[in-house]
Ligand binder design. Structure first.
Ligand SMILES: Cc1cc2nc3c(=O)[nH]c(=O)nc-3n(C[C@H](O)[C@H](O)[C@H](O)COP(=O)(O)O)c2cc1C
Length: 187
């Protein structure tokens, strides 16, 4: 699949079909995350793949989003900020967030390439998921991804924000690309 097609087709899914994905497709998609940029090339992200129905149900509860329980698999993305904070101090916290996003997007595009569907879940009670998965307190749970095949016929394409509403030129709020005048040529 073309990169542009994967980027444009990717969307959040809230309803899965009953078809179970091959877990190896999920692992192959996670492999794409290794190629994301990481500050100092320190990879501080870990992934947990979950198949156990009971755990999936508990996590759906911790997120207060019932549709999560209908997925065959969950992937939970966790950062270990101290690895990056050790190298960069306080700024390492910011880098950790940013690079998790970059790695996650690689993962999402790889899922899209394989025809799999997901939704980025950021709303959940952290300590509940920590308990369910035995995640230590110094590990940050970045997001949860229920994974399956999309239930056919439900997706309606959303209009995305136009580029000219999110791009400035030369300085904050400058919305036009003004070029400096050409220097006069001597006659
Ligand atoms: C950081 C973050 C947190 C999100 N948390 C949730 C969530 O808890 N539940 C949910 O249904 N969608 C969640 N989403 C998905 C967004 O609602 C979705 O990406 C947005 O509506 C755009 O739709 P699209 O993904 O189909 O392009 C989250 C997305 C991001 C990036």
């Amino acid at each position: 699949m073309e990169l542009k097609t994967a980027i444009q087709k990717r969307h959040s899914t809230h309803k899965f079909s009953s078809k179970k994905p091959d877990w190896r497709d999920i692992i192959e998609s996670l492999d794409y995350s290794r190629f994301a940029p990481m500050a100092g090339d320190i990879y501080n992200l870990k992934w947990i793949l979950i198949e156990d129905k009971e755990k999936i149900q508990k996590i759906a509860k911790a997120a207060q989003q019932n549709f999560i329980a209908t997925a065959h698999y969950l992937v939970v993305a966790c950062s270990e900020p101290k690895l990056t904070v050790n190298a960069y101090g306080e700024r390492g916290e910011k880098y950790t967030r940013q690079q998790a996003g970059a790695a996650i997007q690689n993962f999402l595009l790889a899922l899209e390439e394989r025809g799999l569907a997901t939704c980025w879940i950021g709303h959940f009670v952290d300590n509940q998921i920590q308990n369910i998965l035995h995640i230590p307190g110094d590990i940050e749970i970045e997001a949860v991804f229920p994974i399956g095949y999309e239930y056919p016929g439900i997706h309606r394409r959303k209009r995305k924000i136009e580029l000219d509403r999110i791009t400035y030129y030369h300085k904050w709020k400058e919305e036009k690309m003004r070029r400096p005048p050409e220097p006069r040529r001597n006659a």
